[in-house]
Design a binder for this molecule. Structure first.
Ligand code: AMP
Ligand code: MG
Length: 310
């Protein structure tokens, strides 16, 4: 804990100087910078090689600062009460006099906001007088990081401070809900869509193609840059085989996402396993059929995008 405290102090020093810091969250690790600073947020785009048109999610500690920057509405308050802090992001209307840098929103009048639940990052946010813009801490279109080491593998010496919060417990990105009009899911993620639907008692649609630009909606994304085939029963001999269900036969090219068919656990292990397969220098990945429900729907969404890489 003492170690964490001195690391948080160091992170504040870096952030105050408009530098980027790697931060743990329960979804994936983030590349954070002061969301009010154009100098700081420009660095995020440069490090990630992220197209400027892709807006960033801004991370808040609670509603206090948020109310300065965004218009809040009843659907937001209802969802916030139940799911925040947690793996869900909300698209809200930006206030005219908000302090958010235009880099963050690509000059638009909407803002994606999240309240991360990871205690270390909450502790950091609590001590800052600005929110943190923080996209996933990976080079654009590649696999998202779920540990400090993953972030290091992405940026090497270009990023000098990464806070260590252990492995991300959700392991996939946040669910993004557009709350500008009727609630609509823009990206599947850490809170399954069905739960939100049930809770709001509303037909919340998943809008794959939205006018709002969302990076997680591009074709190749979350990619290990290896060929990836879905719904496979029998892999080829030299292929890595990613599995949910235990097989009787064990083989060195079998990689299990979960011990006992648990989809939540599989989502948590997804990016870690893809990274491991890449490290082992496999040239192709076969994935067995994953049930398309709950966290399975999120896993399939990410794998489908990863499979566009040829
Ligand atoms: P990442 O931080 O890598 O998980 O990506 C951030 C996600 O939030 C992307 O999918 C963004 O496009 C999305 N996002 C951020 N701001 C907005 C916005 N104003 N409207 C719609 N999506 C947004
Ligand atoms: Mg990302």
């Amino acid at each position: 804990m003492k170690n964490n405290l001195s690391n948080i102090k160091k992170a504040i020093k870096y952030l105050d100087k408009n530098k980027c810091v790697g931060i743990p969250t329960e979804t994936v690790y983030g590349l954070a910078a002061n969301a009010y600073s154009s100098i700081a947020t420009a660095k995020i785009f440069k490090l990630k090689k992220r197209p400027k048109i892709n807006p960033l999610i801004v991370h808040y500690y609670n509603l206090k600062l948020l109310k300065r920057d965004c218009e809040i509405n009843d659907f937001f308050l209802k969802l916030y009460k139940k799911y925040s802090p947690g793996p869900i992001s909300y698209i809200l209307k930006l206030k005219k006099n908000s302090l958010i840098s235009k880099n963050v929103t690509n000059n638009k009048n909407t803002l994606a906001v999240r309240f991360p639940g990871h205690p270390l990052t909450r502790n950091l946010l609590k001590k800052l007088n600005y929110p943190l813009a923080a996209p996933s801490a990976n080079i654009s279109t590649k696999i998202s990081p779920v540990s400090k080491k993953d972030v290091k593998d992405e940026f090497g010496k270009k990023l000098s401070l990464i806070l260590d919060g252990g492995q991300s417990q959700i392991g996939v990105e946040s669910t993004i809900v557009n709350l500008i009009n009727k609630p609509q899911v823009l990206r599947l993620g850490g809170i399954p869509k069905e739960q939100i639907k049930k809770y709001l008692n509303l037909n919340v649609e998943y809008k794959k193609k939205s006018k709002l630009k969302v990076p997680g909606q591009e074709k190749t994304h979350y990619s290990p840059y290896i060929k990836l085939r879905l719904n496979i029963k029998h892999p080829e001999k030299h292929e890595a085989f990613m599995l949910l269900k235990k097989r009787k036969k064990l083989s060195s090219n079998y990689f299990y996402l979960s011990k006992n068919n648990n989809l939540r656990e599989a989502a948590k292990n997804l990016y870690k396993t893809l990274r491991l397969i890449k490290k082992k220098k496999f040239r192709s990945i076969a994935v067995e059929k994953i049930p398309n429900k709950g966290f399975g729907e999120v896993i399939n969404d990410r794998l489908k995008r990863a499979s566009y890489f040829k």
